[in-house]
Design a protein around this ligand. Structure first.
Ligand code: ACO
Length: 311
């Protein structure tokens, strides 16, 4: 009965062990995982656009090959994550519909424009850096398929972060104009990358329950702090300035002291009113519609193969 199933579920969580697709789970646990994993998958797929924008304009053949591989990795991450979400009972079609109709959330960060080549460096360094900080603890998420997908994703993300750092380092060792371009990109991506971790803890409705279920392991603010601590020494190596005059280590509080983050901006972007929201969703919808013939052809091919096999 349900009480026994709930007790079995609670014992697995208590033991910090894993829930697998066939196990009983509370409806709210299933729902929050579908919410988070599908949003995460959508972020990877929408996240192909800001960088896809630069593939044809990368400054050398080598840079082009690296960027293309990186964008392909993001497509792969989206697919692992859609597969993990599907084990919870939602279909790929439902998730796709939610995304192209603008009903699904995806990370705020992908709604900012990428006007210069240095943006590819800043995205790798800051956006993928933030993604790693957030996602390494998710490798231990209590839901098995999600945690296992995160292990592979994190390995690839750390390569992405290094390649971004290296783009910025190359620019910072270049001409004055290149250094200026790198600093400008860091100025534009720094605050949005801090916002990726979500609203402050006191305004994060899902955190407490997700932490009790061992889905999230750290709060939004704790991860944001950890990320700043990772950036400060790396900014020094790069020779870029993090655009916050208030930024300093507060010895007494044992925390980084920062200027107030513009939470209104985060709310606006999440609500669909960021610079690029409409274009990102429109591009995805167009790509989905343009790909209809591929899906039809594949389905028809599969049907014929099966007919041949069953004779
Ligand atoms: N962009 C868009 N939406 C956000 C963001 C953000 N940066 N931060 C929070 N939100 C949304 C949440 O999805 C939630 O909305 P919902 O309840 O309608 O689903 C709402 O704001 C309130 O936030 P929280 O209660 O803090 O939500 P949650 O506990 O889910 O924490 C977080 C948000 C940290 C993003 C979490 O969902 C998470 O870790 N997700 C997995 C990682 C991920 O999605 N990364 C994507 C970007 S990285 C990349 O793809 C390269």
């Amino acid at each position: 009965d349900e009480a026994a199933e709930q007790a079995a579920f609670d014992a697995i969580i208590e033991a910090d062990s894993r829930i697998e697709p066939r196990d009983w789970m509370p409806a709210a646990y299933r729902k929050t995982l579908i919410r988070q994993i599908s949003q995460h998958a959508h972020s990877e797929i929408i996240g192909m656009q800001p960088e896809g924008n630069w593939i044809s304009r990368a400054p050398s053949l080598k840079r082009k090959a690296i960027l293309m591989a990186k964008v392909q990795d993001e497509a792969g991450h989206g697919l692992y994550l859609y597969s993990a979400a599907q084990t919870l009972g939602i279909t790929r079609d439902e998730m796709t519909e939610q995304l192209i109709e603008g009903r699904a959330k995806y990370s705020s960060i992908f709604n900012y424009p990428t006007p210069t080549w240095a943006d590819m460096g800043a995205i790798g360094w800051l956006v993928d850096g933030a993604a790693i900080c957030n996602q390494v603890p998710l490798c231990r998420a209590s839901y098995g398929p999600y945690g296992r997908a995160m292990v592979r994703i994190c390995k690839e993300e750390s390569f992405h972060q290094r390649q971004g750092f290296e783009i910025l380092l190359t620019l910072m060792q270049g001409s004055a104009a290149q250094r200026e371009m790198a600093q400008d990109a860091v100025d534009r991506w720094y605050w949005p990358s801090l916002m990726m971790f979500g609203p402050p803890d006191e305004a994060s409705p899902n955190s407490a329950q997700s932490m009790a279920w061992n889905i999230k392991r750290f709060s939004n603010d704790d991860l944001r702090q950890r990320f700043i601590g990772m950036l400060v020494p790396q900014a020094e190596v790069l020779g870029v300035t993090l655009p916050d005059p208030e930024l300093r280590w507060d010895e007494e509080a044992q925390r980084w002291h920062t200027s107030e983050i513009d939470w209104t901006e985060l709310q606006e972007v999440i609500a669909g009113r960021g610079a690029m929201n409409a274009e990102r969703t429109r591009n995805r919808r167009t790509a989905h519609e343009d790909g209809a013939w591929v899906r039809e052809a594949a389905a028809e091919y599969a049907r014929k193969q099966q007919l041949r096999e069953t004779g």
